[in-house]
Ligand binder design. Structure first.
Ligand code: SIN
Ligand code: FE2
Length: 220
């Protein structure tokens, strides 16, 4: 598999290569999760039974457009007190559901493919984007261990990923993400700004009218 620059990206080109370098240590793996997509979505359904979707509040008091839940020993939460990882789901008061084995396995394989051997996530944030939902540019920097990469899996409706620099002002590239795509970033690219443009309305056979994103991290 060859690495190509992001400028070569054509979402609808069936002959497009399956690995694109988004940075020295950041890789888009097109279709990497396709074979496991159904299993991953069953895992999401299972998690949601115990830890329902919710719209968290930002520290500024806004309700996020993306609905979230999580699994694993820790998951990311946001409220008026700030952003952090928590071992208990604030909505239910119970520990987060266990991370489905398929999540951790896929994350380890994708990380390894991108050069990060032995990735063992202890947190998975699950994002659900209804049409119009978006995520503004941010860094993933609430994790204690910044030597571990981030593995991000896209399922269902497509989206445009914003891939910026290590400063907020650097111009972000637009990267189309489709069902089964996985992005891995770590090392020198670990603190790159990223976000998601508003998801367009549509229907996907795997998820219906939404996009699901799994973000696997080593938080502790
Ligand atoms: C995130 O940064 O948490 C989500 C990224 C995505 O939905 O692709
Ligand atoms: Fe993020």
């Amino acid at each position: 598999m060859t690495k190509h620059a992001v400028d070569d990206l054509f979402a609808d080109d069936p002959h497009a290569p399956d690995a694109f370098a988004l940075g020295a240590q950041a890789l888009l793996l097109r279709g990497f999760a396709l074979a496991q997509a159904d299993e991953l979505l069953r895992g999401v359904a299972h998690v949601v039974q115990e830890a329902p979707w919710r719209h968290m509040q930002t520290p500024g008091g806004q309700s996020m457009s993306v609905a979230m839940t999580g699994c694993g020993p820790l998951s990311w939460v946001s409220d008026r007190r700030g952003y952090r990882y928590a071992g208990l789901d604030p909505l239910t008061g119970r520990p987060w559901p266990a991370m489905p084995a398929a999540f951790a396995r896929l994350a380890r394989q994708a990380a390894e493919r991108a050069g990060f051997v032995g990735f063992a996530p202890d947190a998975c944030l699950i994002n659900r984007y209804a049409p119009g939902a978006r995520m503004s540019l941010h860094q993933d920097r609430d994790e204690c261990d910044l030597t571990a990469p981030i593995v991000s899996v896209s399922l269902g409706l497509p989206a445009v990923f914003l891939w910026g620099g290590t400063t907020r002002t650097e111009r972000a590239q637009r990267v189309p993400l489709a069902h089964g795509d996985v992005v891995v970033w770590g090392g020198v690219d670990r603190l790159r700004y990223h976000g998601v443009l508003p998801v367009a309305p549509g229907q996907h056979p795997a998820t219906g009218d939404c996009r699901i994103n799994l973000t696997l991290r080593r938080a502790r």
